[in-house]
Every structure is written in C-alpha cells, then in structure tokens.
Design a protein. Structure first.
Length: 124
C-alpha cells in the first residue's frame, strides 16, 4: 500500500507544485518520503520514478497544448531532437531519474541514522 500511496503523493505534487515553485522542488518531497517510509530501495526508486515521470508527462503535455508547441519547436531546433513527443518523454524520464535518486538518498539516510534491531531466531 505504501508503494501506491507514494506514487500518488509524488505524482500529484510533481504536477501541481511546479506551478508555484522552481522545477527542482521535485527533489525535496521524494527525499522527505524516503526518510518517512521504510521499504526496500527498489520500491522507493520505482515509486518516485513512476510518480514524477507520469506527473511531469501530463504537466508537459498540458503546457505544450497551452502554448501550441511554440516553445517545444524552438527547443527541438536547438537540441536537434526528432519531435515534440520525444522531447516530452525524454524530459519526463530525466525528471523521474532525478526524483528517484532523491528518494534513494532519503531512504539510505534513514537506514544510516536508524539502526534496525537484529532479530535472533534462536532464543535461549
């Protein structure tokens, strides 16, 4: 359940919070969620990657439709990319990787600071 909850929280925040703050805010919330929830590293990375990628995909599609691809076409000419779709997909993947690494940093910091008790299987 934590996996789906993290995807929803990160996806919605990646979509809405970028309107009011700079783009790098997508690093802060996954870091905080990484510290808050305890799970394995792959689950944390995937939830953050999927949530941010999907959130930014819809955000970029919305922005592209609002300005009728004017900005996208200029960026495509500068970067020599094939189409606006590949630009949007590439940008959302990069945002997902950044967010995933932030979440991994948070869970790793949690594992360093909070020591887990070793459970002995044989009690005498």
């Amino acid at each position: 359940m934590n996996f789906i909850l993290r995807i929803i929280i990160i996806g919605l925040s990646a979509f809405y919070i970028v309107e009011y703050f700079p783009w790098w805010v997508i690093i802060i919330l996954p870091f905080i969620l990484g510290i808050s929830f305890d799970d394995n590293l792959i689950s944390h990375f995937l939830s953050s990657f999927i949530g941010t990628s999907v959130g930014w995909l819809f955000l970029l599609l919305d922005l592209d439709l609002e300005n009728q691809s004017v900005l996208s076409i200029k960026i495509i000419e500068i970067l020599s990319i094939e189409s606006t779709n590949s630009l949007i997909i590439l940008t959302s993947i990069i945002a997902g990787l950044i967010s995933g690494m932030s979440n991994l940093t948070g869970i790793t910091l949690r594992n360093v600071l909070i020591k887990k008790k070793k459970i002995r299987e044989y009690r005498f």
